[in-house]
Ligand binder design. Structure first.
Ligand SMILES: Nc1ncnc2c1ncn2[C@@H]1O[C@H](COP(=O)(O)OP(=O)(O)OP(=O)(O)O)[C@@H](O)[C@H]1O
Length: 223
């Protein structure tokens, strides 16, 4: 399977404290990765670095064989906008916009977007079509997260980064959200990287990693 993103010995310091230690990972097209680990172990920092949101102190991130942080700011933001999608614990929807406007926001912000998914298909799949004209505050947490997933997928990104996507949801809703994330990523051949505390949420085949004190270790799937 094609390698889409690769990191080389990422180090990250915050105030002279080394939070990522020579951390490496390879992401292949259309595959699912899960990163678990204790609070403070460095998971979110690592996701931000591979998601193009934060410079490493040392090491490189290669996206489609190009060293991401050696690209110009403009090239970096083009890749972030068109090839990466993000889902966060806190949904991060714009409260003043309707659900439909939130979902279509990435499209309206980007020029020359050659590939995007059909909004109607996406909202039907995510079962939020009845909420399109509402503001996010009228929706439950699970519904808001499904809107955030639609917004992340609308550009048909190559990689979807999800940082604790179920952190604000109950067990049952978490399962629905994870099932949708994995199902849609597989359907559209999007690589999915999920950071989560929760065990046993993902039923689909995936690669499992554990972040231990800034070092990423591969695990067997039944850990
Ligand atoms: N912007 C920052 N400035 C200074 N220190 C930071 C910053 N971001 C993270 N850290 C520190 O880096 C370490 C790793 O944090 P990170 O958020 O990556 O961990 P995490 O595994 O994602 O934790 P959690 O599961 O609680 O979100 C922690 O000690 C944290 O305090």
């Amino acid at each position: 399977m094609t390698i889409i993103l690769k990191t080389e010995k990422i180090n990250k310091y915050y105030n002279n404290h080394l939070v990522l230690k020579s951390t490496s990972l390879i992401i292949r097209k259309g595959e699912i990765y899960i990163i678990k680990g204790k609070s403070g172990s460095g998971k979110s920092t690592f996701l931000s670095i591979i998601g193009g949101l934060e410079y490493p102190s040392k090491g490189k991130v290669f996206f489609e064989n190009r060293s991401f942080y050696d690209l110009s700011d403009n090239e970096q933001s083009q890749i972030r906008g068109k090839s990466f999608g993000f889902v966060f614990q806190s949904f991060q929807l714009v409260p003043e916009l309707t659900v439909k406007e939130n979902i279509e926001l990435p499209i309206s912000l980007l020029n020359n977007l050659d590939k995007k998914l059909d909004v109607n298909e996406l909202v039907n799949e995510l079962d939020i079509s009845m909420h399109l004209n509402k503001k996010p505050s009228y929706l439950s947490g699970g519904e808001q997260q499904r809107v955030a997933i639609a917004r992340a997928l609308i550009t048909c990104p190559k990689i979807l980064f999800a940082d604790e996507p179920t952190g604000n949801l109950d067990q049952e809703t978490s399962e629905v959200v994870i099932n949708l994330l994995t199902k849609l990523s597989l359907r559209y051949n999007i690589s999915l990287i999920i950071v989560t505390h929760e065990k046993g949420l993902i039923k689909q085949p995936h690669y499992s990693y554990r972040m231990i004190d800034g070092v990423l270790k591969m695990e067997t799937n039944d850990d």
